[in-house]
Design a protein around this ligand. Structure first.
Ligand SMILES: [Zn+2]
Ligand SMILES: [Zn+2]
Length: 283
């Protein structure tokens, strides 16, 4: 029996599995991309994923990172890689070290400090790009981007052997193309993410939208989280095929969240929005 009952949303050939409740726990993984956004309390289902992309050091997002690393050792897996804001690395190293002393076994870890603008390889054609968010000191979001090649327009009419011939002559027949697959905000207050082209065009967006009720706007500001009205004005300017809402508050019941979301969003956008913790994804 796995440690967690995770939600599961399938989008074409990608599974999004996770659990995300504000202040309690947030962990969202895309196993086929080999990435896990934040680590929550390290559910069993994410231990075999090789990359954890940590957005900030709050306990509900980061609590299980040392357990993730040690479980990988226990299962005979190579050291896990955790990307985290650069200012989180020293305390994370201290925690890993302290757990190693407490447990009596050294915990192998590959902790990588990142800052906005950085890119980190995930798979041969896949990398994570880091962008700033507005939540806690150094907090970041991530977009996982696929690198493809696109044939240059002037060679579009040529057949296979002709293209091979050009390649043999050392001619560059294609242009590099970046295809943003998934963006994860982590926790953040409203920021005009529509200025980031790769966020706008990301096939999947996983966005926090913590608060829904009018009287919760103050809470949203104080905790540096997004309110549904801000979320609505943001997503209107994005072009994502699918938007998954994470980090919903426990203060508002799910049936109310659904209602308020429907009210706040134009129907074409509402149609592509899913709430991670909605009952229908929790089987
Ligand atoms: Zn949080
Ligand atoms: Zn937080």
């Amino acid at each position: 029996m796995p440690s967690h009952n995770l939600s599961r949303i399938q989008i074409d050939d990608l599974d999004v599995i996770g659990y995300s409740v504000a202040g309690e726990e947030t962990v969202i993984a895309l196993p086929q991309l080999d990435v896990c956004f934040d680590v929550g309390k390290a559910p069993d289902q994410i231990i075999s994923i090789n990359h954890v992309l940590l957005t900030h050091g709050h306990m509900d997002h980061a609590a299980g990172f040392a357990y993730y690393l040690s479980q990988r050792k226990f299962c005979g897996l190579p050291a896990g890689t955790i990307l985290a804001p650069a200012n989180c690395i020293k305390p994370m190293e201290e925690i890993v070290d302290a757990w190693g002393r407490l447990d009596g076994n050294r915990i192998p870890a590959n902790l990588v400090g990142v800052k906005p603008g950085d890119e980190h390889p995930i798979k041969p054609n896949l990398f994570a790009r880091v962008f700033p968010t507005k939540h806690s000191a150094g907090s970041v979001g991530f977009t996982v981007i696929e690198r493809r090649k696109k044939l240059k327009a002037e060679y579009a009419g040529l057949n296979g052997p002709q293209l091979v011939e050009l390649k043999k002559q050392g001619i560059q027949i294609d242009n590099p193309l970046e295809v943003p697959i998934v963006t994860y905000f982590g926790d953040t207050q409203y920021v005009d993410f529509a200025q980031l082209d790769y966020v706008v065009k990301s096939k999947i967006l996983i966005a926090e939208c913590t608060f829904y009720e009018d009287e919760h706007t103050g809470r949203a500001n104080a905790g540096r989280h997004m309110h549904v009205d801000e979320f609505a004005s943001l997503v209107e300017r994005l072009e994502n095929e699918r938007i998954i809402i994470a980090h919903t508050t426990q203060r508002t019941p799910m049936h109310e969240v659904r209602k308020m979301l429907k009210k706040a969003l134009p129907s074409d956008i509402h149609d592509k929005v899913m709430i991670l913790m909605d009952r229908k994804y929790r089987k």
